[in-house]
Write a protein that binds this ligand. Structure first.
Ligand code: DGP
Length: 111
């Protein structure tokens, strides 16, 4: 999608610190860094949110999120994977992304 910042990151047309990429997904550090590990995992193909993703896309992104956490060393200690959908959840970028957060105790419920 032409004016989507995450599509541009996936196409290497905008800067990002990419920690993993393959033909289906790209994982890169979140600019906001809310935890020692804060990575966003996105599908390369533009999908606005989880509400519009098919099962294969959602599953591929979820599996990649777990892989990012595992490869960063948080499999035992734990981590959180969350995706915001729509305005009440605070979704600010309309391209499906799973946040992977780890490295500190994560409060529950989230704000
Ligand atoms: P959400 O609020 O769930 O839509 O999360 C969007 C996240 O995307 C937010 O934590 C900040 C991050 N973000 C927004 N623009 C950029 C960008 O250009 N580069 C990177 N690395 N992260 C971004």
């Amino acid at each position: 999608m032409a004016d989507c910042i995450f599509c541009k990151i996936a196409a290497h047309e905008a800067p990002a610190t990419i920690v993993h990429e393959d033909e289906d997904v790209v994982a890169f550090e979140d600019l906001g860094h809310r935890a020692p590990l804060h990575v966003l995992v996105i599908p390369r193909r533009h999908v606005a949110s989880l509400a519009e993703a098919d099962a294969a896309t959602a599953g591929t992104v979820a599996a990649a999120a777990a892989r990012v956490a595992r490869e960063a060393g948080y499999a035992e200690r734990g981590y959180r994977v969350v995706t915001n959908v729509g305005p009440d959840a605070g979704q600010s970028v309309p391209h499906l992304h799973f946040h992977v957060l780890a490295g500190r105790p994560l409060g529950w419920p989230p704000g």
